[in-house]
Every structure is written in structure tokens, then in C-alpha cells.
Design a protein around this ligand. Sequence first.
Ligand code: FEO
Length: 398
Amino acid sequence: MNPITVKDNIYWVGAVDWDIRDFHGYSTNRGTTYNAFLIIDEKVTLVDTVKHEQKNDLITRIKEIIDPEKIDYIVVNHVEMDHSGTLPEMVDLIKPEKVICSKMGHQALLQHFHHDDWPYMVVKSGDEISLGKHTLSFLETRMLHWPDSMFTYVKEERLLFSSDAFGQHLATSERFDDEVDQAILLEELTKYYANILTLYSPNVKRLLAKIEEMALPIDMIAPDHGVIWRTNPATAIASYAKWCHNQGDGNALIIYDTMWHSTEMMAEAIGTGLRDEGISYKLLNLRHNHRSDVMREVLNASALILGSPTLNNGLLPRMAGFLMYMRGLRPTNKIGAAFGSYGWSGESIKLLNEAMTEMKLDLIDDGFRVKYVPQEGDLSHCVALGHKIGKALKEKKE
Ligand code: FEO
């Protein structure tokens, strides 16, 4: 794939990673891209680099446009290795006049690459630098996704290089939002926010307020992963504006694992109760749904109903792992309830309730457990639990 023109004299020179399927625990079923950009001006500037393994893609694409040694500045919007892994080689090759980064980025670069001899230029929010015809303006975006993260805005082109924000793990031959399937694009945008940024929703809220206050005109958003928002940047911004407020859509998720189908029978009966109340729900068996796909659903859900049988005085391992993952991401403003079967000790409900309490979910029931295999009366109790949750969801909506 050749370099792609993003705007006049601004090119995509990144890499497409078709093969990656795991991004520190997040299932990247559609691969990803590491986007880097080249601005041709009096001061030629490279914005971000790529993962180390994709070094040759970056260099080859740059060489199609210009001799890499003619690059003057490298902007490091984010130090995580998927965007900086190639930086040492690029600094050696380019011998840049400046390596531009935030204050936290400077620290992180020293701690990653141990080069105090690089020509760092530390910038803060509001700082600007002229490249000739283009002016770069910087905005620190701490914790989106790391403390070092920042945005770089090209004023004359109304183009925002947004680093991880507004990204999607999506490998395609296309580079722009209007060239790909919109349902897939939204699915991957949602999954990305759910698995990377849910924890930082308060930061997203502050950032969006800041962008509004600055009245920053944005024609195009170029994130470091996935396609560039050329036609519908407003869709990406509106989605983040919704998600950062943790407003569910009024639906419920029944997330469970099952040993001999008893907990599964309970899950289905709870679903019947929810349906009776007109509540849309999904049954998500952790045996068949990856935790990161479940988190994508959690982002827009209003109730989480968690089920696990008791195994060795604890939870089934898939549920225990999922809880640990979800706790780290801290979804908020949701109703919670627990259910599950047991044989003798029966701790699973207590453990699920403790986890949900710690996550500040609104527990609306003590939870329901059934010894070994549910009978008709037990399943009726589960249907009633579904009714109770459904009614609570409707009250919450009013
Ligand atoms: Fe795509 Fe936080 O790195």
C-alpha cells in the first residue's frame, strides 16, 4: 500500500497489522493499524511512528514521498510502544532537529528508551509551532490513553491528530471513514472506547468540554488506529460525548458461565422475566464470548446480571477473570444482580455481590442461588427476578 494523501502535503505513512488478534487482553479480531503522518513543509514533520515490527512499512512509505533524512521534526503524541516502538531507529535515521512531546511524554520517553541526548522540545497545551505553511497546536490529553498523551492540531487544515482517541482496531485497505462498512466502524469504535477508555470517562468529559470551550473547528480527525474520520468526525465526537456520561440504553445483559447447564437455565428464565417487562436483553455466555466483546456490550447496557455456579468455594474461572477485567475498566451507573447454582458451599452469589458492590453497581436484589438443578419453582423465582430488574430499569428511565 502506498502512502495516502490525507490533505494537501499531509500523508498517511503508517502500517496495517492484519494479523494481530490480541492487544494486551483485548481481542482484535479485525486486526489494527498504526497510523503515522508526514507533513511536507519548510520543516518536514513526522507525527508518530509505528510498532517496531512494522518499521519497514513506515520507512518505505516515507521514502515514496521524501528522503527520511529531510525530516526536521518528530512529534510524539503518545509513548506507548505501538506508536513509539520505531522511534529509536527513526531518530538514528533522521537525526531530527526536534523531538516534540508533552512534559509527561518527555519523562516516559526517557524511561522507555534511555536517551537523554535526543533533541527534546517539551510542549504544553496551547503551545504552537510553525512549520512554514502549517501551524501545529498542542493539547495535552492526560490518560487518553496514558499520562503522556497529547493531541496535535493542524490549524490551517482543521485537522486533529488525536492519538489513541477516536481510534478503532480495524485493519482495512481503506483509510477513511466513508470507505468502510459503517456498522463495522461503529462496532469497532465502541469496542475500543469500552476496552481502552471507559476507565477514563471523566477525562474524556473534561477534554470534550475543553474542545467546546476552545471552539476548535475540526474538519478531520486522524487517530493512531483505524480509519481517518474524513466525512463524519462529528459521529466520533458524539459517540464519546454519550459514552463518557455512562448513560445506558435501558437494556440488560445476562453475563454468565455454567457448569452443567443449571446456571444457564436460570439465565434464560431471568431473560423471560425481562422480556415480559419489554426490556431488551442479551445472554452472554463467557464460554463463547470474549471478555472484550462483552465489555463492548457493557458500555451501552443499563443492567448487568451476573451468573456463576460455585466452584471450589469460588467462581468459575472465566467469570473470575471477567470480573477482574471489568473492575479495572470501572463501568458505572448500572443496576446489578447475581444468580447461580451450587452443590454444597455456594459462595458464588456472595462473591458476585461483593464484586458488584465494589464497582458501585446498584444492587437491587440479594441474588438467587439454586442447589444443583433448578425446579419449576426456582425458575419462576428467576422469572420474577427478571421482572424486578425490568421494573427497576423502567423506573430509572422515567
Ligand atoms: Fe495505541 Fe495507548 O496506544
